[in-house]
Design a protein around this ligand. Structure first.
Ligand code: BES
Ligand code: MN
Ligand code: MN
Length: 459
């Protein structure tokens, strides 16, 4: 064990340089303009797995972006850890809000990361966190201290719905056979407060289109006599929350399980500094469903958000137009027992029903995903907890993550294997946002912690 840790210390700079190389590849999965870069990134990840010592490394073609596989089987009688991560990233725009270009990684110090953070798209989500596993594996392999079998499945479509991972998993059940799935793609509470997410929310994502007149109209000649699709859409979206910020879709909460008072008390024991939270975001108050704390609102309660809205004239100057159409993208985060397709259907029915006369409404479903709760009474959770306690000097707090990794529920259903979400990012690392970053502390702490996980899990 110490040999692997010494190896990590001796190779720190190279581990960083190699991550920088990966971050320079703009592997934006949602935008077809970047598909060559996505393919290049998959090849680079495969190359790194080979160099680290993995066998049977393969860049597996899919109907979309490839999945990188690799493994090291030291002894079939030993337990097997399947590491999942993603090498694709979110689009980087709006580019003008980045202080340095998104695909030219640099290190800068911040208040939260006084030792420096790597600024680049994907630094935290998820190239930096995924690559920690490759480097930890290298350290264990090169020092002959790998205590169990390891498999890697690194996908390139997590940020755009993972639509080809389901079929891949179904067609590769034998190859993916494992005792636990280990993922670093979530956050800890703070660098001095380790935590492990024990649940993730699901997702239901829709696009809506409101059509009024058959063409754009002069807003003086027709305005006042014809429904303006933007006004109507804005009202319809606003009506999705009531005065207590409950969601108004009939049946939306039917399957939501209320937590017991004890469970809620436990959840609220996790340290949370509301003043620091507001200060970081420069808002003078928080918002949300009446009767719930911030941690509950992001962890155990479902939500409805408008992710984008457009229509009419948004160019320079003024154009007096009554537009024919207005659009929005809306997403709902789901909690245990809500089912993505069911919620999408409820939304569609409701949204169509509240459309007034004078407009037509179309609802188009996008990708979705199911919520999950991961066990805390398993050997794998205990191994992650012990590993973090070893490197942080504090026992990690079990938490609920607000984000979604839809594939976790699918792994459980298809492979009958449970997941441990041992993430090392911070919520304030600006994931999906301009100036995404990942602390050097977090990167190295992750690499140091992972060998302990394998060690404890294999015991
Ligand atoms: N790594 C995130 C999910 C995440 C972040 C979970 C922080 C918990 C804490 C993942 O890459 C992600 O962004 N997922 C998407 C879902 C996907 C279907 C686009 C999300 O949560 O919006
Ligand atoms: Mn991610
Ligand atoms: Mn993401």
């Amino acid at each position: 064990m110490q040999a692997a840790q010494d190896y990590i210390q001796a190779n720190k700079q190279r581990f960083l340089d190699e991550l920088f190389d990966l971050l320079r590849i703009p592997s934006v999965s949602a935008d077809p303009a970047y598909s060559d870069d996505v393919a290049k990134c998959a090849e680079r990840v495969a190359e790194h797995l080979r160099l680290a010592g993995a066998d049977a490394v393969e860049v597996c073609k899919t109907d979309g972006h490839p999945i990188v596989y690799g493994e090291k089987i030291i002894d079939p009688s030993k337990p097997t850890v399947l590491v999942y991560g993603h090498y694709d990233v979110q689009p980087a725009d709006p580019f003008e809000l980045w202080h340095t270009p998104p695909f030219e990684p640099v290190i800068r110090k911040t208040e939260i990361h006084p030792d420096g953070a790597i600024f680049a798209r994907g630094s935290c989500d998820d190239k930096g966190q995924m690559f920690m596993h490759v480097k930890a594996f290298e350290a264990m392999h090169k020092t002959n201290s790998l205590p169990c079998n390891v498999k890697f499945m690194i996908e390139g479509e997590e940020e755009c719905g993972s639509s080809n991972l389901g079929p891949f998993v179904r067609n590769n059940r034998e190859r993916l056979k494992s005792d636990v799935i280990l993922i670093s793609d979530t956050s800890i509470i703070a660098n001095d407060t380790p935590s492990i997410d024990c649940g993730l929310r699901g997702l239901s994502y829709v696009e809506v289109e409101v059509t009024g007149p058959n063409r754009d109209l002069h807003s003086g000649v027709y305005g006042g006599a014809i429904a303006n699709p933007i006004t109507i859409l804005a009202k319809m979206i606003a009506s999705l929350h009531d005065e207590n910020n409950h969601i108004t879709i009939p049946g939306f909460y039917d399957k939501v399980q209320e937590l017991s008072a004890a469970e809620r008390a436990d959840l609220n024991k996790a340290p949370f500094d509301i003043e620091a939270f507001k200060k970081d975001l420069e808002v003078d108050d928080v918002w949300g469903e009446k009767g719930y704390t911030v941690n509950e609102r992001t962890g155990i309660r479902p939500t409805m958000e408008c992710n984008g809205i457009w229509g009419g004239y948004i160019g320079e100057g003024a154009k007096t137009v009554l537009p024919s159409k207005a659009f929005a993208k809306l997403s709902m985060r789901l909690v245990p027992h809500q089912v993505s397709d069911e919620i999408t259907a409820l939304f569609k029915k409701h949204f169509e029903s509240i459309a007034p006369k004078g407009v037509r409404v179309e609802v188009r479903p996008h990708h979705g995903g199911e919520p999950v709760v991961t066990p805390t009474d398993s050997k794998a959770y205990q191994a992650a907890s012990d590993a973090m306690e070893k490197t942080f000097g504090k026992k990690p707090i079990p938490t609920r993550g607000g984000g979604s990794i839809p594939i976790v529920a699918l792994f459980e259903a298809e492979l009958k294997v449970k997941t441990v979400l041992m993430g090392f990012g911070l919520d304030s690392d600006a994931l999906h946002s301009p100036n995404e970053h990942y602390g050097l502390f977090n990167y190295y702490r992750g690499i140091e912690t992972i060998p302990y996980f394998h060690h404890y899990f294999a015991l």
